[in-house]
Design a protein around this ligand. Structure first.
Ligand SMILES: [Mn+2]
Length: 467
C-alpha cells in the first residue's frame, strides 16, 4: 500500500505532463465504450489546446496485439493495462498509458519512454474511484483544463462507477467537484429513473426493471399510479412532463410508493437495499439544452454508446469535443436507429418466448442479434423474465472471427447481496477456453462456438446455493 496514494500518483501525472508537452506527433488509442470515447475526447481536446498534432483511434481490446508504434508518442487510454505491449516497450516510440483496469505489469517495471499510470498501482480502486476518462482528465488538469472536467463525470457514469451506492466516490468525487465549481455540472440526490430529460414520466417509470413490479413494462399501470399519487402527467400547455419537471414533493411521493411496492415484492434480505434501487445522485450538464439527452449524464452516455454500437466513433468524438451542429444531428439519428433496432429485436424475442430456464439462471439465444448490442437486449429482456436470477444472452460474434459472445445482466439487488458476476463470468469462461469480465451487474465473455452448453452447465453449477 502506498503511503499517500493520491499525491504519489499525481507525481506520475507530472511526468506524463512533461512527456506530452514536448511531443510533436501523437497517436491516441482509446476504448470503444462511453468511458473510452470520453477519455479520447479529453485527450484530443488537451492536445488541441497545446497545438500538438495528433490522431485518435477507438479500438476493441483484441486489436492491441496488431498495433505497431508509428508515432513519437503513443497514448493508450481506458485500455492497455491488461494487455501485452512488448512491441511498444522495445521501440524508440514513447508510450503513455492512462488506464484503470487491473494491470498485468507491476509499477515502475519500465522507465525512460514508457509510463503507465494506473490507480491500482497506488492502491486506489479502479472500479469505483476513477475511470479511464477520469485518468485522462487528471492529465488535462495539469494543463489547467478544468473545463474538461464534465467529461470526467460522464465517463465515470458511463462506466457505472456509481453503481455501488448511487454516488461518485474518491477521485471521481474530486473530478465532480471541479465540474461543479466550474459551473459545468449540477449534481443532486434524486429518483434514479432513467430518462430524466427526454422520456415522458409514465414511460420512464414503465422501464423500471430491477424487480418486476406491476408498473414494469406497463404504461397504463404507470398512468394509474401517477393519478393515484395526484401527479399530473402533463404540464399546463399539454406537454408530457418528465422527471425533470417534478417538484421535490412529487418525487418524494413516487419514492415512497416505489419503496412500498418493492418491499412487498422482494425477500426480506433485500429490503435494506431498496432505497438504493430508486434513488441516487444524478448529474446535469449545465451547458446543454434542457430536455435533450445531452443534459443528463446517463442519457448522454446512452447516446455515446449508440454511436459506438454503430461503429460511428467519430460522431461521438465530435459531439464530445463540442460540435452541437452536424455531429449532434447524426448522433440523434443513430440514437433513433439504435432504439428501433432494439425494439424490433425485443419484439421477436418476446413473441417467440425464447427464455430458457435452468436451476439458477435463465438464458436465450439471440442468433442474428449484433454482438455489439446483445448486452443491451439482455438487460431489456431481464424485465420480462425472473428478476431473482441472472439472465444470459448468446449471439454469434459479428466479425469474421469464430466464437460466441455471451452477455449477462441481473438485478442490482443480486450484486448488493455480494455476488460479482464480472469475476464469476471470467472464471467460467476461462474454464471453457474463453475469456470474460466486466461489472458486477453487467458483464460478458467470448467463448468457443461448441462450448455453449458446457458454459451454461458450469455457470449454473457455480451459482448453486448463491442466488
Ligand atoms: Mn473504462
Amino acid at each position: 500500500m502506498v503511503k499517500n496514494p493520491k499525491s504519489t500518483m499525481m507525481q506520475g501525472f507530472q511526468k506524463a505532463h512533461d512527456m506530452v508537452k514536448t511531443a510533436e506527433d501523437v497517436k491516441i488509442y482509446s476504448h470503444i465504450d462511453c468511458d473510452g470515447l470520453s477519455a479520447g475526447a479529453i485527450l484530443s481536446s488537451t492536445l488541441d489546446e497545446l497545438e500538438i498534432d495528433h490522431e485518435v483511434e477507438f479500438i476493441s481490446l483484441d486489436r492491441i496485439e496488431e498495433l505497431r508504434p508509428e508515432n513519437e508518442l503513443t497514448i493508450f487510454s481506458d485500455l492497455a493495462s491488461g494487455q501485452d505491449l512488448d512491441k511498444f516497450v522495445t521501440s524508440n516510440s514513447k508510450v503513455l498509458i492512462l488506464d484503470h483496469h487491473p494491470p498485468v505489469r507491476s509499477h515502475n517495471q519500465y522507465n525512460g519512454g514508457f509510463l503507465e499510470l494506473n490507480p491500482h498501482h497506488y492502491g486506489i480502486d479502479g472500479s469505483y474511484q476513477i475511470s479511464g476518462g477520469g485518468m485522462s482528465y487528471l492529465l488535462a488538469k495539469t494543463f489547467g483544463l478544468l473545463r474538461l472536467s464534465w467529461m470526467g463525470v460522464l465517463s465515470a457514469v458511463g462506466d457505472m462507477q456509481d453503481s455501488h451506492n448511487g454516488k461518485l466516490q474518491g477521485l471521481n468525487q474530486e473530478i465532480l467537484q471541479d465540474a461543479i465549481t466550474s459551473d459545468l455540472v449540477n449534481s443532486c440526490y434524486d429518483l434514479s429513473i432513467y430518462g430524466r430529460q427526454t422520456r415522458p414520466l409514465f414511460i420512464a417509470l414503465s422501464y423500471f426493471g430491477d424487480v418486476n413490479l406491476p408498473i414494469t413494462n406497463n404504461r397504463n399501470e404507470c398512468i394509474l399510479l401517477l393519478n393515484k399519487l395526484e401527479i399530473p402527467t402533463k404540464n399546463g400547455s399539454g406537454k408530457q412532463r418528465t422527471l425533470y419537471d417534478l417538484s421535490i414533493e412529487e418525487k418524494q411521493r413516487i419514492f415512497s410508493e416505489l419503496v412500498r411496492m418493492l418491499s412487498k415484492e422482494v425477500p426480506q434480505r433485500y429490503v435494506k437495499h431498496i432505497p438504493k434501487l430508486v434513488s441516487g445522485d444524478t448529474y446535469e450538464f449545465l451547458n446543454e439544452e434542457m430536455y435533450t439527452p445531452l443534459r443528463d449524464a446517463s442519457e448522454f452516455s446512452t447516446a455515446v454508446n449508440a454511436c459506438s454500437r454503430n461503429k460511428q466513433h467519430e460522431i461521438a468524438l465530435k459531439v464530445l469535443k463540442g460540435d452541437r451542429d452536424g455531429a449532434l444531428k447524426n448522433m440523434q439519428k443513430l440514437t433513433r436507429k439504435h432504439r428501433r433496432y432494439l425494439a424490433q429485436n425485443m419484439e421477436i424475442l418476446r413473441e417467440e418466448g425464447m427464455i430458457n430456464k435452468l436451476d439458477n439462471l435463465q438464458y436465450f439465444e439471440g442468433n442474428g442479434i449484433k454482438s455489439e448490442v446483445i448486452g443491451t437486449i439482455t438487460g431489456m429482456l431481464l424485465s420480462h423474465a425472473d428478476w431473482k436470477k441472472p439472465i444470459i444472452g448468446f449471439t454469434d460474434v459479428s466479425n469474421q472471427k469464430n466464437g460466441i459472445k455471451v452477455s449477462l445482466r441481473c438485478s442490482r439487488l443480486l450484486t448488493y447481496d455480494g455476488i460479482h458476476f464480472g469475476n464469476l463470468i471470467k472464471k467460467v469462461a476461462e474454464k471453457v477456453g474463453g475469456s470474460g469480465g466486466g461489472h458486477s451487474v453487467a458483464c460478458g465473455a467470448y467463448i468457443p462456438e461448441s462450448k455453449m452448453d458446457d458454459f451454461l452447465k458450469k455457470f449454473d453449477n457455480s451459482l448453486e446455493g448463491v442466488v
